[in-house]
Design a protein around this ligand. Structure first.
Ligand SMILES: *Cc1c(COP(=O)(O)O)cnc(C)c1O
Length: 434
């Protein structure tokens, strides 16, 4: 049995988490030496696989033609947002603020277009190569042919999701020809379920939280040897798919003349659910930029699963429900009570820290971003902005913030229906008082 009093004694910030107070947690193990089972070579392997599939994407998803079949998002300076944030607080936000706009990623309009799609591609490639109808040097455009669809239709792909992971996997797996089953938690937005069904995927709905929905999905998939389960709670392939973002970001920073070194640190603010997508990106960034990039996770005060797991060192052995936190948030993409099995382990020395924020702040930032920059994101994707002030206060004495670059990772939004967005906006405007 978990002894909550003992936990609070050992880790006093747990009390703040339970009370729902926004906090900044600084990771005591940050930048220590550690041996990870994966490294830069694995990131390049993932990048090479995306490159092989680029010709397929050009054919199957013509919206990827402008980027030659590569799924990538822009890095956008947002000076008007920075000014508005500075005006809203006592201290101006110093350094340069940019948005990594994964809300615009092709196919699913979210960060899941990296990890989720990557794992589907890896599975499809393995089956096709083993069947003897694909070789690695083929032009992968042939994967759109009926011969491949017939092969893939003999297999199933299953996944548990709060929404976007199911969307990214469902859309690509259905297109390749797999039978797709998506197990959705009660937090998943209705339009995501509707869209998946329209694409031909089977959507199983649970009147339950994410951790239980994914467990049910995993069990069901295990009964059928032809079904491959993509496991958001522990997949290294998902993690590696996300990590490719770091290579792309390195190029984008260079193209924009932005330096990353000791005098010019880079802070990256990443929304965390199970910790897979922010973990994969953070891992990639640490491999590419080393000690001068500083990843920070953002989580709602009502569901700070990765923060609780890392702070206590219990990682996936503790859920927010164990300490009486209710798990209720408008950030549907972050509505995950228990972190993944690998996030805390891999992030132990790579994550500077994490911060929690109230939903109201997140909704206000969603509205502020739209009003200043005309950029539409979903609630989860605005959470990086909601922790900027706390982070600045916590980090000012240790880092040269005036020379720093701040990248808020915007994780989803392009596919949100306009009626849903109008509701989010009204909600956020009310918080801003306009
Ligand atoms: C999934 C998701 C996240 C968080 O990713 P995890 O891998 O669950 O930590 C953040 N934002 C959005 C919009 C998402 O869909």
């Amino acid at each position: 049995m978990l002894d909550v009093n003992k936990l609070v004694q050992d880790f006093p910030q747990v009390d703040q988490l339970i009370e729902g107070q926004p906090l900044f947690w600084q990771n005591p193990d940050y930048q220590q030496k550690a041996a990870l089972p994966i490294g830069l070579a694995n990131i390049f392997d993932a990048e090479a696989r995306f490159q092989r599939f680029a010709k397929y994407f050009e054919v199957a998803f013509p919206e990827t033609l402008p980027t030659k079949g590569i799924l990538e998002s822009p890095l956008i300076p947002i000076p008007d947002m920075q000014t508005a944030i500075s005006r809203s607080q006592a201290q101006p936000l110093v350094g340069q603020l940019l948005l990594k706009a994964d809300n615009l990623l092709p196919i699913s309009g979210s960060i899941k277009s990296r990890g989720g799609i990557y794992e589907v591609l890896k599975f499809a490639e393995k089956i096709a190569v083993e069947a003897g109808i694909l070789v690695y040097e083929d032009n992968y455009a042939i994967l759109a042919n009926s011969e491949f669809k017939e092969l893939f239709s003999q297999y199933g792909i299953a996944v548990g999701s709060t929404g976007n992971l199911g969307l990214s996997i469902g859309i690509v797996a259905q297109k390749l020809g797999f039978q797709t089953t998506v197990h959705m938690s009660s937090d998943a937005a209705q339009w995501k379920k509707d869209l998946l069904r329209a694409k031909g995927a089977v959507v199983v709905e649970y009147d339950d939280n994410f951790s239980n929905a994914i467990t049910a999905g995993r069990k069901q998939a295990a009964m059928d040897p032809k079904v491959y389960f993509i496991d958001d709670e522990g997949s290294v392939d998902l993690f590696l798919g996300y990590s490719v973002a770091a290579l792309r970001l390195q190029g984008q920073l260079k193209a924009q003349g932005i330096k990353v070194d000791e005098e010019h640190p880079l802070f990256v603010y990443l929304p965390a659910g199970v910790g897979g997508s922010p973990g994969g990106v953070a891992f990639g960034l640490k491999e590419v930029f080393g000690k001068n990039v500083h990843p920070i996770f953002a989580e709602p005060t009502h569901i700070p699963s990765v923060t609780l797991g890392m702070m206590t060192g219990l990682n996936d052995q503790i859920s927010v429900y164990d300490v009486g936190i209710d798990g209720i948030t408008k950030a549907d993409g972050l509505a995950v009570g228990r972190p993944s099995r690998i996030a805390g382990k891999f992030m132990k020395t790579l994550l500077l820290g994490s911060a929690t924020f109230p939903d109201e702040q997140m909704m206000a930032e969603l509205a502020r971003l739209y009003q200043t920059e005309k950029i539409k994101v979903e609630p989860s994707a605005a959470s990086g902005f909601a922790i900027l002030k706390q982070c600045q206060e916590a980090l000012a004495s240790e880092y040269p913030l005036a020379n720093s670059t701040h990248i808020v990772w915007s994780t989803g939004g392009a596919m949100v229906p306009s009626t849903d967005f109008a509701r989010y906006l009204a909600d956020g405007q009310a918080e801003l008082g306009n």
